[in-house]
Ligand binder design. Structure first.
Ligand code: FMN
Length: 244
């Protein structure tokens, strides 16, 4: 399992040492032509996550850009025709049947899936009740996204055998482990990097501790176990002490 940064959540020029602490670096979405950014405010905190109205996307799932869902496979097909480079399709958890969408982008030539992008959310100012974000509605990320990400990775793992980069609310090694258990091959950290730039090393250490506590040799050994009823629990034999 490789640990990556989630797109748009790490500026490698500002924090090169954080970028180097990952196994691979993911850029923010790039576009062939420049695009105007959204009006500020672009980031707002909420109780269980973060809202962003940062745009500049050309992926298949950005909540800050309007696009028809049926175009996802067409976009992948067009990119496939233009490059032989590995092509990962980043999907939105807001799709009713994300497994079906995964099959569609696989048929269109995707080499892998990135799951999941943010989901649309909003937050209001405490006193004025005005939207906190300049765009009023933005991408909601962080801890609240984890169960949604688990469900999306679970569904896509059943639908295709494409490699999956799992992300969405990963704060701890346990969160990363659970994404692997539902079928992720690699895991990415996003919102946590705004709060804890040392998260890559911490998550790795926590993951190693989780693996040791479960009594499995490597994180790869838990991949997909959620589809097989989970790990078999081995009860340690009782130590019997003779009392004289
Ligand atoms: C500020 C911000 C900017 C983002 N920009 C992009 C982007 O440019 N392209 C993209 O595919 N996803 C983008 N995302 C989504 C993240 O890559 C990730 O899919 C999402 O935040 C879920 O992970 P998390 O809960 O760990 O943050 C952005 C997320 C945030 C918070």
């Amino acid at each position: 399992m490789r640990l990556l940064n989630a797109s748009g959540c790490l500026d490698a020029l500002t924090a090169p040492e954080v970028a180097r602490s990952f196994d691979a670096f993911v850029t923010k979405t790039v576009t062939p032509l420049p695009r105007e950014g959204n009006a500020p405010v672009r980031i707002a905190e909420t109780d269980s996550g973060m809202l962003n109205g940062v745009t500049l996307e050309l992926n298949l799932s950005c909540p800050n850009v309007d696009e028809a869902p049926e175009s996802a496979a067409e976009i992948v097909a067009a990119c496939r025709a233009a490059t032989k480079l590995p092509l990962y399709a980043k999907l939105s958890p807001a799709n009713w049947d994300i497994g079906e969408l995964a099959r569609a982008v696989e048929a269109a030539g995707a080499d892998g899936l990135s799951l999941v992008n943010t989901i649309r959310g909003s937050a209001l100012d405490e006193r004025t009740l005005a939207p906190k974000l300049g765009t009023a509605v933005g991408g909601y990320s962080g801890p609240a996204l984890k169960p949604i990400a688990l469900a999306a990775v679970y569904a896509c793992r059943r639908a295709t055998q494409l490699p999956i980069v799992g992300m969405g609310g990963v704060m701890t090694g346990r969160d990363a482990l659970e994404l692997v258990a539902v079928g992720a091959n690699d895991v990415a950290l996003g919102t946590i990097l705004f709060r804890d730039p040392d998260a890559p090393a911490r998550v790795r250490a926590e993951l190693a501790a989780e693996i040791a506590a479960l009594g499995v040799a490597a994180v790869d050994d838990v991949r997909g176990v959620a589809h097989e009823g989970g790990l078999e629990l081995v009860t340690a034999p009782l130590a019997i002490t003779r009392i004289e």
